[in-house]
Design a protein around this ligand. Structure first.
Ligand SMILES: O=C(O)c1cc(C(=O)O)c2c(n1)C(=O)C(=O)c1cc(C(=O)O)[nH]c1-2
Ligand SMILES: [Ca+2]
Length: 571
């Protein structure tokens, strides 16, 4: 049976399928299942494993979906597999034929598919949106989102949003912030793939609604000098969440382009921000900017997760986000107002804290210097601005990997990393399809661990527990009513922790680094857990000194599915 709007809206409460990225459109990644729990998780063993095969063994950041006995899982290099959930046998496979010259900044990743009606949707590294027949894998339609030669690509899972006036929409963003593209969110008719609305994330650019130009919320170019808004970045590369309760789409926006912030004094709206968008029109209802005039590559794309904040006997419609810049924010999701914030990594240097509105209090000495006021080096070459050591590194206190929120404990489980970087600025001019950074950098460790999974209580603003991991954590998190928190490590383990104490209760070596997001669901009355294994993503490519420490890790491409054997479960 086809996936309905009701199935999408109920995905967080139902357990038989997983039809959304995030286990519900709000992206809480919480399952009410408790058959696998603190007491018996030690008995969990593999049910089956599946290999994506071939030579394309890297960067498996996908979250599988499950519907009516079929698992839909994407793989690196824009591939999609349909598997029999009972045996792991392959039903069909779709392999996008990618052109030479695609320009993903940070590995050939894909984070997952979307399901609606009889179709399965996913976006490709050459910036296309593909709709396949979920039964057969045959292409129903393909839409070009934009030109990969200009630096556009797509890595995120599409978001399905049921609307009141325009039916179900497939909502996508774009990648390409490091190439000076202009970010945008766009919505397509789920049936036909026709564009319904498009909303740019940089002031001054015109949006679109029903084929007609639609103006941008806010003052034209007010926060950008000269023509810098024309290639302003603000890529929407991580996709979004949807909150049925307020009927708002939440999207984060990436770094402003170029990285050299001295070329664009001003807040550079709406880069490094969270946007609340009206699904009916694409208009921006509110924005919250985490890093105004970003100079450290602090993309603000991190997922905004809706939850009910219980504080002083009141329930507030809140949402939380853990930013790349190292701060965790609690916002009012009705109006975007700042409620509370805290640093979730140690020794942040670029800001001393947040003010009453959640705006960072900058440390001016920790902004990389202006190359325009530096002398050209004696031996030739470009002038370099003053280099600074900044924490967190540009790969962030948290990067793409999604956190989870437990409706049982009320805690957020945040996959974070503790590291810093040397960063300096250089002159740069925009050239279509070329890197547009104007900065140099190298990442360095701070401690003898980098990865850190933290349980954060949004009501008290306290870190309740922490699990330290040697390599940077790069996988998503799942939490369950069974009192468990699941996440993977680059060292290859899928692990289960006690959601209250952080005690490690179970781990399994998958054979390659785990940078995917685990799921759980109920199959014929039995709870199952799945995760994709296959090391990759930005760390091996951009990790500087840290990349050397993970160079020995094996690449891969497998789906692992676990269960507790029935005879044990029955005890
Ligand atoms: O600005 C952008 O368009 C953009 C896109 C992506 C992406 O699509 O994967 C990443 C980043 N930026 C980025 O800054 C980053 O650190 C990053 C890490 C990863 C990854 O999958 O490991 N992707 C991206
Ligand atoms: Ca970026």
């Amino acid at each position: 049976a086809g996936v309905t709007a009701e199935d999408i809206l109920n995905d967080a409460a139902t357990t038989k399928d997983v039809v959304t990225n995030g286990l519900g459109p709000q992206g809480q990644r919480f399952s009410p299942l408790e058959a696998i729990n603190r007491t018996n998780v030690r008995e969990m063993v593999p049910a089956w494993a599946f290999s994506f095969g071939g030579e394309k063994q890297r960067g498996q950041e996908s979250q599988p979906l499950v519907r009516d006995g079929v698992m839909y899982v994407t793989a690196s290099y824009s591939r999609l597999y349909a598997l029999d959930v009972k045996t792991g046998a392959k039903l069909w496979e779709y392999n996008a034929r990618l052109p030479e010259g695609i320009l993903p900044c940070c590995d050939v990743v894909n984070r997952g598919a979307a399901l609606f009606g009889e179709k399965v949707y996913f976006a490709t590294l050459d910036a296309k949106l593909v709709a396949l027949n979920a039964q057969t894998g045959r292409v129903v339609w393909t839409k070009t989102i934009d030109d990969y030669r200009a630096g556009f690509s797509n890595t995120a899972a599409p978001l399905v949003v049921p609307t009141k006036t325009r039916g179900a929409l497939i909502v996508t963003g774009v990648s390409g912030g490091e190439f000076g593209i202009v970010g945008r969110v766009e919505a397509r008719n789920a049936e036909t793939g026709d564009l319904v609305w498009m909303r740019p994330t940089i002031e001054g650019h015109m949006g679109m609604l029903d084929g007609k130009p639609s103006t941008m919320t806010g003052t034209k170019n007010a926060s950008w000098p000269g023509d810098m808004w024309q290639q302003g970045g603000g890529a929407t590369w991580l996709g979004g969440t949807y909150d049925p309760d307020t009927h708002r789409i939440f999207f984060g926006t990436g770094n402003p382009a170029p990285w050299n912030s001295h070329l664009r004094p001003g807040d550079n709206l709406y880069t490094s921000s969270r946007l609340a968008i009206d699904p009916e029109t694409g208009e921006i209802n509110w924005h919250f900017q985490t890093t105004p005039n970003d100079g450290w590559d602090f993309d603000g794309v991190n997922e905004l997760v809706a939850f009910d904040l219980r504080k002083d006997g009141q329930v507030v419609k809140a949402a939380a986000t853990a930013d790349r810049n190292g701060f965790f924010y609690v916002l009012n999701r009705e109006n975007g107002r700042f409620i509370a914030g805290l640093p979730f990594v140690r020794d942040i240097t670029w800001a001393s804290g947040l003010d009453a509105n959640g705006r960072p209090v900058f440390n001016p000495a920790n902004r990389p210097g202006n190359p325009a006021s530096a002398a050209a080096p004696a031996g030739g070459g470009v002038p370099k601005g003053q280099s600074v050591f900044a924490v967190p590194s540009f790969l962030g206190g948290k990067n793409w990997m999604p956190m989870a929120y437990s409706r049982e404990t009320g805690f957020f489980y945040v996959p974070s990393n503790e590291w810093g970087m040397d960063i300096w600025n250089e002159p740069i001019a925009y050239k279509r399809g070329a890197a547009y950074l104007g900065a140099g950098f190298t990442i360095r460790p701070l401690f003898d661990h980098i990865g850190s999974l933290k349980a954060i209580d949004p009501a008290s603003g306290k870190v309740v527990w922490e699990y330290k991991n040697k390599a940077p954590l790069w996988g998503g998190v799942l939490t369950t009513a069974g009192g468990l928190v699941f996440t993977g490590t680059p060292e290859g383990f899928l692990k289960a922790f006690d959601s209250r104490t952080g005690e490690e209760l179970w781990s399994f070596q998958t054979g390659s680094g785990v940078v995917g997001s685990p799921i759980t669901w109920e199959q014929d009355g039995e709870q199952m857990v799945s995760v994709v294994s296959g090391w990759g993503g930005a760390v091996p490519l951009w990790g500087g000194e840290v990349a050397k420490t993970v160079a020995h890790l094996s690449q891969g491409g497998m789906v692992w599915t676990f269960r507790i054997p029935r005879r044990v479960a029955a005890r």
